[in-house]
Write a protein that binds this ligand. Structure first.
Ligand code: IYR
Length: 221
């Protein structure tokens, strides 16, 4: 039996001029995104978070399995528990696990084991990757291309938040299985990233770094 059910594509073809204009507008807008590490405690409107996560959920995924789950953590105690657990790992990382070469690469970013932003930022979105899932027949099935899929969704998430005026920090303590325990997620999921979000604190600074120009990241053949 063929289970492929199709429907008409809804696609609005833009006139060339509008297409170019939109591409330029988007580039200008997205170019102002910076990873922020100093946050004010001002809360984020709930609908902004809901819409951004729904935007993330539009990402393409292997066999449309949508192998992601987002836990939005605004509860102060839970955020603090995550900070304590993350800093424990980070101390190990900076003191023992990171190679000299890695520490050198992080120097221009100015990071260290102190993760105060996990307390100060009003929200942490914990992104989980579903290695497997239960299908409609109650059977356990594995996900396809979950890394690629969840990466795409997380990229959309930070872009949607940026577009909504929210600053983010894509944070990956390593290892981060502590998130599975603290947030009570099943072991069929792997913690993928913490997207720390909020408004930058007044006088927040960011590392003076630049993005590579087009000529260094692409060639046209
Ligand atoms: N997880 C550590 C180390 C770190 C690693 C990379 I790669 C970065 O781009 C930044 C930091 C930390 O967050 O401090």
């Amino acid at each position: 039996m063929n289970h492929y059910k199709s429907e008409p594509l809804k696609f609005h073809r833009l006139p060339k001029v509008e297409s170019i204009e939109n591409s330029r507008d988007f580039l200008n807008k997205v170019s102002t995104r910076r990873t922020v590490r100093e946050f004010s405690s001002d809360p984020i409107p709930k609908e902004v978070l809901e819409n951004a996560i729904q935007a993330a959920g539009t990402a393409p995924s292997g066999a449309n399995i949508q192998p992601w789950h987002f836990v939005v953590v605004t509860d102060k105690e839970t955020r603090h528990r995550i900070r304590i657990a993350a800093e424990e790992q980070e101390e190990q990382f900076y003191e023992h696990r990171a190679s000299e070469e890695w520490l050198k690469a992080l120097e221009p970013i100015g990071t260290n084991a102190d993760k105060h932003f996990l307390d100060s930022a009003p929200c942490q979105i914990a992104v989980f990757l579903k290695k497997s899932f239960i299908d409609n027949n109650g059977e356990k099935k594995k996900s396809y291309y979950p890394n690629e899929s969840v990466g795409l969704a997380t990229g959309l998430l930070i872009t949607a938040l940026h577009f909504s005026g929210i600053a983010t920090l894509t944070y990956t303590p390593s290892p981060m299985h502590f998130l599975t325990d603290i947030l009570g997620r099943p072991d069929t999921e792997r913690p993928y990233m913490i997207v720390v979000c909020g408004y930058p604190s007044e006088n927040a600074t960011v590392p003076a770094i630049t993005k590579k120009p087009l000529s260094k990241i692409a060639d046209f053949r």
